[in-house]
Ligand binder design. Structure first.
Ligand SMILES: [Zn+2]
Length: 440
C-alpha cells in the first residue's frame, strides 16, 4: 500500500480504536475524562502526539491488587481466549487479555515478518523461545500454520544434535547466545555449524550488537534476522534487506518520545518507542493500548519504501532502557559493551560470553568497569591485545568517556575466565550482563 493509502487506513483505525477504548476500556474511559480529552477530537494519528503517555507501571497500578478489577480488560470474558503475562522482571507481571481476533492479528504480524525473511511453505523451524505466558512463541506457531511452515516447538535450546540431522530444519528462532552455545555444542560433537541444513536464524526478544550478529552469521554461514516482539503487541521484523525493522503500521502505530525533552521527536532522533494498538474497524480487543511507553529506545530508520518492496516504515534495532547505565555523564548500553566483546579479531580466542560490572573506583568520583570474558583456553589467549581492542572500540562508541579515561577517572579492567565460570551461568532467569554495583 502506498503511503497515502496507508495513512488513510491508519487514521481510520485510530478513530475506531479510540472509540472502542471509550466504549470498552474502563481505564481509557476514565483517562479521557481525567485528561479532558474528547475521544471524538482524535481524528488522525498526529492527534495522538497531544495525548499523555502511559507506561507499564500504569498497567500494574490498574490491575489487582492495585484495583479490584482489571481496568485494561476491554472485552467480556466470553470473548477472552487467553490471558498472557509479561515476564515480570521489573515488578508484578502485567496481564494481557487476548481475544481470538487478537491472536490472529499477532500471528499476522509474525507471518509477515517470516515471509519478509524468505520463509514459506515447507520450511521447518525449531522455536527456541518460551511457550509459557509470553505470547511470542505461541503466535509464531500460529503464523507458521498460515504459511504452511512446520514448527518444532522445543521452547528451550537444548535439543539433541540428532534433531538437526533427523528433521533437517531450515531455521531456528532463538537468541544470539543460545545460538553461540548451540554452535559450541555441535563443534564439541564433531559437527560443523556451517554444515547443517539451516538456511537462516531468527533472533528475537533482545537487542544485540551488529558485531555479534555478524559473528553469528559467520559461525553458521547463514543470514541472521532480527525480530522485536512483545506481549504488548509490537511485532517488528527485519526483512531480507536487513535495513531496519519493518513496523506493521496498519496494526500498531509507533511514535518516538524523548523523556528528557518531554516531547515527541522528529524522524531520525533517538527516543523511546511509544505504541498505540490499531484495530481494524469492527474488531474486538481484549487489551488495547494508546500511547504506551515501551521503555525501549529506538529511532525511525526510514519511511521510504524499502528495497524489498514493502512500504511500512522501518526502525533501528530497539535497545532496552533498563540495560542502559549512566557512567560519568555518558549513557552506556549493554549492546555497546557487547559490540566491543565481539570485535572480529578477538574471536575465536574468546567465546563471546561476557559480563560487565560497573563499580566505584578507589578515588572519589572515579568509576571502574570490569569486563569478564570467557575463553576456551585461557593459556593461549593474548589478554593484552584483546583488552586494547576492547578499549579502543569502547572509547570510539562512548566518546563522552574519553576525557575521563585519559584522566583515569574511568578505568576498564579485564578478566578472562574458563567456560562456565561467569556469574551469569549461575543465576536463574534472565540475568543481566551489564550490572551496576555503584553505591547510590
Ligand atoms: Zn524491507
Amino acid at each position: 500500500m502506498d503511503r497515502d493509502g496507508l495513512d488513510t487506513l491508519i487514521d481510520e483505525r485510530v478513530r475506531y480504536t479510540v472509540q472502542y477504548a471509550e466504549e470498552h476500556s474502563p481505564f481509557y474511559r476514565h483517562w479521557f475524562r481525567e485528561n479532558r480529552i474528547r475521544p471524538g477530537d482524535i481524528r488522525v494519528h498526529e492527534d495522538l502526539l497531544e495525548l499523555p503517555l502511559i507506561s507499564g507501571r500504569t498497567i500494574r497500578e490498574n490491575q489487582p491488587p492495585g484495583t479490584p478489577a482489571f481496568q485494561f480488560l476491554s472485552s467480556p470474558w466470553e470473548d477472552v481466549f487467553t490471558i498472557q503475562e509479561t515476564s515480570g522482571t521489573s515488578g508484578t507481571p502485567k496481564s494481557f487479555f487476548l481475544t481470538w481476533d487478537d491472536w490472529k492479528r499477532y500471528a499476522e504480524k509474525y507471518a509477515r515478518s517470516f515471509v519478509s525473511q524468505g520463509f514459506g511453505a515447507g520450511d521447518r523451524t525449531i522455536v527456541c523461545a518460551s511457550y509459557g505466558m509470553n505470547v511470542g512463541a505461541n503466535t509464531m506457531t500460529l503464523a507458521a500454520q498460515r504459511l504452511g511452515m512446520t514448527i518444532v516447538p522445543f521452547g528451550r535450546c537444548d535439543f539433541a544434535s540428532r534433531v538437526l540431522s533427523a528433521y533437517r530444519p531450515t531455521a531456528i528462532v532463538g537468541s544470539v547466545f543460545k545460538f553461540l552455545r548451540l554452535a559450541r555444542r555441535l563443534e564439541a560433537e564433531g559437527l560443523h555449524p556451517r554444515g547443517t541444513s539451516l538456511e537462516r536464524l531468527v533472533v528475537g526478544g533482545e537487542s544485540f550488537a551488529d558485531e555479534s550478529r555478524a559473528h553469528l552469521s559467520r559461525v553458521f554461514g547463514v543470514p541472521v534476522y532480527n525480530t522485536y516482539g512483545s506481549t504488548e503487541g509490537t511485532m517488528c521484523g527485519e526483512c531480507s534487506e536487513q535495513a531496519g525493522l519493518h513496523v506493521p503500521e496498519d496494526l500498531v502505530h509507533l511514535d518516538i518520545y524523548d523523556p528528557q525533552m518531554r516531547t515527541f521527536v522528529a524522524d531520525g532522533n533517538c527516543g523511546r518507542g511509544v505504541l498505540t494498538t490499531l484495530l481494524p474497524v469492527g474488531a474486538k480487543a481484549g487489551t488495547l493500548l494508546l500511547n504506551y511507553d515501551t521503555e525501549d529506545d529506538t529511532a525511525v530508520f526510514s519511511r521510504q519504501p524499502c528495497a524489498c518492496g514493502r512500504t511500512h516504515m522501518r526502525i533501528y534495532n530497539p535497545r532496552r532502557e533498563a540495560e542502559t547505565l549512566w557512567i560519568l555523564g555518558s549513557a552506556v548500553n549493554r549492546v555497546d559493551v557487547e559490540g566491543c566483546v565481539f570485535q572480529p579479531a578477538n574471536l575465536p580466542s574468546i567465546t563471546g560470553e561476557y559480563e560487565a560490572f560497573v563499580s566505584d573506583g578507589a578515588t572519589p568520583g572515579s568509576v571502574v568497569m570490569q569486563v569478564s570474558m570467557e575463553c576456551a583456553d585461557p593459556e593461549k589467549v593474548d589478554f593484552q591485545t584483546i583488552g586494547e581492542r576492547f578499549t579502543e572500540h569502547f572509547l570510539r562508541t562512548s566518546r563522552g568517556l574519553t576525557t575521563s579515561y585519559d584522566e583515569e577517572l574511568f578505568r576498564l579492567v579485564f578478566r578472562f575466565v574458563r567456560e562456565g565460570e561467569l556469574d551469569i551461568h549461575h543465576l536463574k532467569g534472565r540475568a543481566k550482563r551489564l550490572v551496576d554495583r555503584r553505591a547510590i
